[in-house]
Ligand binder design. Structure first.
Ligand SMILES: Cc1cc2nc3c(=O)[nH]c(=O)nc-3n(C[C@H](O)[C@H](O)[C@H](O)COP(=O)(O)O)c2cc1C
Length: 324
């Protein structure tokens, strides 16, 4: 049965609303949606780009990619493919995507689509220490497959690479704390009023960590809980190219991986310092044997409590979505 225009408009409007919950660098939410009849346009909002941390706009496009994938997951759960044209206009590079509802999804994938979309509301960045137990190998395979859907490779950091990875994260953190441009971004987007940025209640002290969490320049107000963090797995999302198109795909993969692990009862937090500092990003390539481009890292673990960390704020639909 064909949908009418009204149904198409409702579909993309609901998808863009679902995408408000997407994760973004320092919770900058650097996107705008424009509803245009049967499709929606996703635009990068350069006024929210981080001048010190993200001068090339890598993490801005990664963040837009998470929004695009959240919208796609919502379309899937509504029963339709997501028909997306990515970076469709070379003269307008900030037009990230045009998305519309596509063909009906097969019945066989309905339950999986619904589980993934349900994870949009359950997902949070969890910066607390995770449990002793390692995530199951079968779930890690599901995460690899989720990344691969976007032609992005998920590489789990092997035990013998962990010391080098932890040193890379620590070095990147030290470089950022010593650089006034990085610090200015962190200060601007931490503990700011309104429904954006990082609040102290989302930040946790750095105890019990093999890999140091980001220093957000505020005293952490989140109770770390009893986790040892010993079972935590570190993974890198790796792209073949290193262009805006690849950063966007990495963001879609990040969202798909994160929603998938959430649907499996796992928790995660990204580690992007290692790609923010160019020298560390290049050093990480060495860890990968010189093949591929690390787009972002992620720690994944088994939660030690049913209590989710407090939800982070979001800009309103009226501030981010326009019609016509
Ligand atoms: C591209 C990107 C990079 C991020 N980098 C980090 C990071 O280095 N450290 C961290 O603790 N969280 C990081 N985050 C998580 C964001 O801070 C988080 O998504 C945002 O504050 C919204 O919170 P929520 O994920 O709980 O909804 C990153 C998220 C994205 C999408």
């Amino acid at each position: 049965m064909t949908r009418n225009l009204r149904a198409d408009i409702d579909l993309v409007a609901e998808a863009s609303i679902a995408a408000l919950r997407a994760p973004s660098i320092l919770n900058t939410q650097p996107w705008r949606w424009r509803l245009a009849g049967d499709h929606a346009e996703l635009w990068a909002d350069r006024s929210r780009q981080l001048a010190g941390i993200d001068p090339d706009g890598r993490l801005l496009l990664l963040s837009c990619g998470t929004a695009l994938h959240h919208a796609s997951a919502a379309l899937h759960a509504a029963g339709y493919d997501a028909d997306a044209q990515r970076l469709p206009d070379p003269d307008r590079p900030d037009l990230v995507a045009r998305v519309r509802g596509g063909a009906p999804r097969p019945d066989a994938v309905r339950a999986a689509d619904e589980r993934l979309a349900a994870a949009i509301e359950q997902r949070h960045t969890d910066r607390r220490p995770f449990g002793d137990e390692r995530p199951a190998a079968a779930v890690l395979d599901a995460l690899r497959a989720a990344a691969q859907r976007h032609r992005v490779h998920l590489q789990v950091v092997r035990d013998e690479q962990l010391t080098a990875f932890a040193a890379a994260v620590a070095h990147a953190g030290a470089v950022e704390q010593a650089d006034p441009r990085f610090r200015a971004d962190l200060l601007a987007w931490t503990a700011r009023p309104g429904a954006e940025g990082i609040a102290a209640k989302h930040v946790v002290a750095a105890d019990r960590r093999t890999v140091a969490p980001r220093d957000f320049t505020v005293v952490g107000g989140l109770e770390p809980g009893p986790g040892s963090d010993r079972g935590t797995v570190y993974a890198l999302l790796v792209t073949d190219g290193d262009e805006p198109r690849d950063w966007l795909a990495a963001g879609e993969a990040l969202s798909d991986v994160w929603l998938t692990l959430t649907a499996h009862g796992l928790v995660a937090s990204p580690i992007s310092e290692v790609v923010e500092v160019a020298a560390v990003r290049h050093a990480l390539r060495g860890l990968l044997g010189g093949v591929g481009n690390p787009a972002i890292a992620l720690r994944v673990g088994v939660p030690v409590t049913d209590e989710a960390p407090p939800a982070s704020g979001r800009r309103s639909a009226s501030a981010t979505i326009t019609a016509g």
